[in-house]
Design a protein around this ligand. Structure first.
Ligand code: SF4
Length: 704
């Protein structure tokens, strides 16, 4: 019997993973027994896919898939299969009991940047209306929150790229700070390579000579944690060498003088001393951006390497300051952009999963925003909770006096993806109840008291918002295994059991219609976007306040910014040290990142044989000089020890990394989880943890 809710034949959809959301076609047999992935021509991938995309169908047929709720009655007992009614009754009973004893905020929610717009929106509403808790945040806090905070304060808006990705190929110069797109999103490389092949400049700043840096025209190799000093040095040169655009600064911005007062102290030799980037390379970078501006355009991009620091917001701000001084934002093929990482990293942060936000990218403490959203939700604005704790602060508070006693997790493997993983596991163990919705028994699900098996990717309809701010359609192509439910169903079932007000539809299109109304008038305005338009136009950009108008593909082109006075804001920031520094006990810098074959915490990609077989375990990238100092040879097992914990990996010797720095990817759990080592020092503005630099020592593990 064919289930007609699911498309068959050639189903046009998008990849299961990253924010590039490559277009792909799923060819589905009439009885849904087989699915084949082929790339399709879409503006972000133009027919390309990476290894992860090509093998994504394997996720749909994995024998390791969870197909029944799991539950244990007490810690120490094994998880056992139970019925949905038993599991949901238990969750609802515990919510009631915990909230009666400890108050509404004693139940917390942790969401994910991979959830569809509909699920992300519904989760924010579920937390505030059905649970009446302020404690909701999500793993996007670990992703691009620093870039979001910096963009908001400079431009009054946070959208990953200010133009469609193909515009990038038209520019004359790109400075990419801390991104390795050749591995994380390979189809992106065609745009950087087009710039280079047309005679333009592609400058990559990274402590490692990554596959992306390898293809650049210039590689800057700063010490981890010094990108902010580098940006200040570049601004100093831009001013000193006469490259700034004075007319632009006067007409379109405010605050330059304060920024210059800081940058004047960052003469190039000082910036070289702090960052290790030679003066000549700094000067070549600024010259390339200025020449690009004078020709086809110039773009400054950041990714997690620049953003995942306790000063990530200020680092991005310093780079935006550089872009504004050069007069880039709003010019054709020019400006500042953030390369968002998670599949719905952009949409995930717009609809209310964040502790301080309501749908439409509205501030939760803004009375007008509360009034508008409460009206859409049919509740009293005074009944809506206020701002909650940010992701890591929420985790830190679990099971403490006054902290949440119960946590519901959707779309996140936070034991692997959060910093200071040992501490995270401790806090989860202190809860009265941990509930996890997932596809597989992730490291976090394995710690849960109740696990709810939910649908994934090509098993459900919905929308995503890619790194360009383009809203796209994911289509249900394959029925989920029997026993699996959608997260919309889980939320509706729980809200009904709790007897809490507010409609919780299980139909994603109905949820999207409500999302449109809730976002209307907000910064991220989706009110003019319909599923029909997305289908007809193969994606619609936000903001889009009218069904009669096109979405706004390019921002700031009229010379104004969505700030109260229409001007972009320079914000004065200065370099400061990382959350911790090296010393005799921990004499080496560690930085972390991603590899081609794995995605985020690996909770999905480690279940795909083709990916697992080529990247089965993490490695520690180490310079041969540093390896010799430790008596390490290629392939040796090595223990990485920080002030918080330790992790194990195989040494991989390469001269492509700085000799004072080691690198380890973060896609694995258990003793291979590098986030057991990383530092939870938080950015004061974005509350982003410091994933990208900490101090470690290395120990060779013998007899392995
Ligand atoms: Fe494209 Fe990213 Fe999927 Fe690779 S993982 S195919 S780059 S969307």
């Amino acid at each position: 019997v064919v289930d007609t809710r699911f498309h068959t034949g050639a189903v046009e959809t998008h990849c299961a993973y990253c924010a590039l959301q490559c277009g792909m076609t799923l060819t589905v047999e009439g009885d849904h027994s087989s699915v084949e992935v082929t790339p399709r021509d879409f503006p972000t991938n133009r027919g390309g896919l990476c290894q992860k995309g090509w093998t994504a169908a394997e996720l749909l047929q994995s024998p390791r898939r969870l197909t029944a709720p799991l539950m244990r009655d007490s810690r120490g007992e094994a998880l056992r299969e139970v019925s949905w009614d038993t599991a949901l009754d238990a969750v609802a009973d515990r919510i009631r009991a915990v909230q009666t004893t400890h108050g509404d905020d004693a139940v917390a929610v942790f969401g994910g940047g991979g959830l569809t717009n509909e699920k992300a929106y519904q989760l924010g509403k579920f937390a505030r209306v059905a649970l009446r808790t302020s404690n909701i945040d999500y793993n996007g806090r670990y992703c691009m929150s620093s870039a979001a905070a910096a963009s908001n304060r400079a431009f009054g808006i946070d959208r990953g790229l200010p133009f469609p990705l193909p515009d990038l190929a038209q520019t004359g110069a790109v400075l990419l700070m801390g991104g390795n797109v050749a591995e994380t999103m390979p189809p992106f490389m065609q745009y950087l390579n087009a710039v280079r092949d047309a005679g333009g400049s592609v400058i990559v700043a990274d402590p490692r000579r990554t596959a992306t840096a390898e293809q650049a025209t210039l590689h800057l190799q700063p010490l981890p944690g010094t990108d902010l000093a580098l940006a200040l040095g570049l601004l100093h040169i831009a001013v000193a060498d006469g490259h700034v655009d004075r007319d632009y600064i006067t007409a379109r911005t405010t605050g330059f003088d304060d920024v210059w007062r800081v940058a004047t102290q960052w003469w190039p030799e000082r910036a070289e001393r702090v960052t290790g980037v030679p003066v000549a390379a700094q000067r070549a970078t600024v010259r390339a951006l200025a020449e690009g501006r004078a020709g086809r355009g110039a773009v400054i991009l950041t990714a997690r390497g620049a953003e995942q620091h306790s000063k990530g917001t200020d680092t991005v701000t310093a780079l935006i300051n550089l872009g504004l001084a050069l007069g880039l934002p709003g010019r054709p093929h020019s400006g500042y952009g953030c390369i968002t990482g998670q599949g719905n990293g952009q949409g995930g942060r717009e609809h209310g999963q964040k502790a301080d936000q309501l749908p439409g990218y509205r501030k939760i403490d803004d009375p007008a925003a509360r009034e508008h959203v409460a009206r859409v939700w049919g509740v009293d604005p005074d009944a809506l909770p206020g701002p909650g704790r940010s992701a890591y602060e929420l985790i830190e508070s679990l099971g403490t006096d006054g902290g949440p006693r119960m946590l519901l997790v959707h779309g996140s493997n936070l034991v692997v993806s959060s910093p200071r993983g040992g501490r995270v596991a401790e806090r989860l163990a202190a809860l009265d109840l941990l509930v996890v919705c997932d596809l597989f028994l992730s490291e976090t699900a394995a710690l849960a008291d109740i696990v709810l098996p939910v649908t994934q990717w090509a098993e459900e309809d919905g929308t995503m918002t890619n790194l360009e701010g383009r809203v796209i359609r994911r289509r249900a192509a394959v029925p989920p295994p029997a026993g699996v439910r959608t997260e919309l169903e889980v939320m509706a079932d729980l809200a009904a059991r709790l007897g809490r007000p507010g409609g919780f539809s299980t139909d994603p299109r109905t949820v999207f219609e409500e999302l449109r109304r809730a976002s209307a008038g907000g910064v991220a305005d989706y009110s003019g976007i319909t599923w029909e338009r997305i289908e007809a136009e193969d994606g619609v950009f936000w903001p889009c306040p009218s069904v009669d108008a096109p979405g706004q593909a390019r921002l700031f082109t009229d010379g104004t910014f969505p700030t109260p006075d229409g001007r972009a804001r320079f914000v004065a920031v200065d370099h400061r040290a990382a959350g911790e520094d090296i010393d005799d006990d921990h004499p080496i810098y560690l930085t972390t990142g991603r590899i081609l074959q794995q995605y985020q915490s690996g909770a999905q990609t480690r279940h795909v044989e083709a990916l697992r077989s080529t990247a089965a375990e993490p490695y520690l990238e180490i310079h041969p000089d540093l390896a010799a100092w430790h008596g390490l040879r290629d392939g040796d097992r090595v223990r990485i020890v920080s002030r918080r914990g330790e992790a194990l990996a195989k040494a991989r010797l390469t001269a492509s990394i700085r000799s004072d720095t080691v690198f380890m990817p973060f896609h694995w759990g258990g003793e291979q989880a590098v986030n057991r080592v990383t530092n939870a020092a938080l950015d004061p503005t974005s509350r982003m943890p410091e994933f990208k630099v900490c101090a470690v020592r290395l120990q060779r593990v013998d007899n392995q």
